[in-house]
Design a protein around this ligand. Structure first.
Ligand code: PLP
Length: 358
């Protein structure tokens, strides 16, 4: 039998959840609410939906491999050159491409724990070693992460805001880290929830990119733009870094429908502000209710809330039986996506009925 290398056998495969309909059938429930994947509960922009419909007639053609119009619009919006941009089949694909471009077996990469699980998976897939630095106060400890850099370090991953805790790193923290990384490594700043952040102390990654640092900033259309199912994200980086990533990028990695929908979504500021408003109201409601019930939670800068609990698996199953799907994060915490008002209410109502499980 053909065998993968040992470093591939060491990777735990991602276990996808069952389709919602299947889960409902098994549990004998209906109208469940899914607050497990940090999607935008408002849905996609109506303009994006129209663009999707308009793209149907062209799907016998290959997509535009360069993503010309989307990159043009992004460049204008972000104030960067078009050759400072790369598109991906979700920002997830860009993480993977970056690792495959710059790391080889025996190299290592510094990241936080817990943080987005894909960083460690991508690094292991090339035989690299993830160095996982514990969070401090639920936040990336950028000082400790800089201390963890070794001569074999090729990449540093920072999720800002962090998934699953929703915390951010400040400008000063980030500036201090950037002063300690060398030209021989790439810092990946994953800003999947960038559009949700309103805090004025939020790190300015773009400033460092403009100063010529080896930085790859990743953003996505999966979160506030509500296009998770289409899979499209983008990277902003130095031309030289992106040229190297383009060596191994699949020529048609982002599809026609996703490119057109993203272009329309990018121009729909109304949808973004409605989504922010729904998130803000939901956040305030959940803080109030959770606080009132004696649950602890980590104040969030994104569209989800991390809650330390006593028994996450038990709480997860109790909520599931009531048709509320959240994400257990290990034995002692859960993560819940901020939903529409009625979804948040269902979550709180179900929590009240879980007979004191915390
Ligand atoms: C921190 C972080 N980065 C990246 C992603 C992946 O996003 P995409 O859908 O663009 O692949 C997610 C999705 O949950 C995320 O939480």
């Amino acid at each position: 039998m053909i065998q993968p290398p040992d470093y591939v056998l060491d990777i735990q495969p991602y276990i996808p959840g069952k389709p919602l309909e299947e889960l409902e059938r098994e549990l004998g429930i209906s109208n469940s609410v899914k607050l497990a994947s940090n999607e935008n509960p408002v849905g996609p922009s109506p303009a994006a939906l129209r663009a999707v419909q308009g793209a149907f007639a062209d799907i016998h053609r290959y997509p535009d491999g360069a993503g010309y119009y989307l990159k043009q619009a992004l460049a204008k919006k972000l104030g960067v050159a078009e050759d400072a941009l790369i598109l991906g089949n979700g920002s997830n694909e860009l993480l993977d491409i970056a690792v495959r471009t710059f790391m080889k077996q025996g190299d290592d990469a510094v990241m936080a724990a817990p943080s987005f699980v894909v960083y460690a998976m991508a690094v292991r897939s090339v035989g690299g070693r993830p160095i996982q630095v514990p969070l401090k106060d639920f936040t990336h400890d950028l000082g400790a992460m800089a201390d963890a850099i070794t001569p074999a370090t090729k990449m540093v991953f920072i999720a800002n805001p962090n998934n699953p805790t929703g915390t951010i790193n400040t400008r000063e923290e980030f500036d201090r880290l950037m002063a300690r990384v060398t030209e021989e490594m790439l810092v990946v700043v994953d800003e999947a929830y960038y559009e949700y952040v309103t805090d004025g102390s939020y790190a300015d990654s773009m400033k460092h990119l403009c100063a010529g640092k080896n930085l790859l900033i990743l953003r996505t259309f999966s979160k506030i733009y509500g296009l998770a199912g289409l899979r499209i994200g983008y990277g902003i980086g130095r031309k030289e870094v992106l040229n190297d990533m383009n060596r191994i990028r699949e020529p048609f990695n982002t599809n026609t429908i996703a490119q057109r929908a993203a272009l329309a979504a990018l121009a729909d500021d109304g949808h973004v502000s409605r989504s922010l408003e729904v998130n803000e109201k939901g956040r305030q409601y959940l803080y109030r209710e959770l606080g009132g019930m004696g649950f602890s939670y980590v104040p969030t800068h994104a569209n989800f809330i991390y809650m330390p609990v006593d028994d996450a698996p038990m709480l997860y199953s109790a909520l599931l039986k009531k048709g509320v799907i959240i994400r257990p994060m290990g034995p002692k915490a859960i993560r819940v996506t901020i939903g529409l008002p009625e979804e948040n209410f269902r979550f709180i109502d179900a929590l009240k009925e879980t007979k004191g499980i915390k």
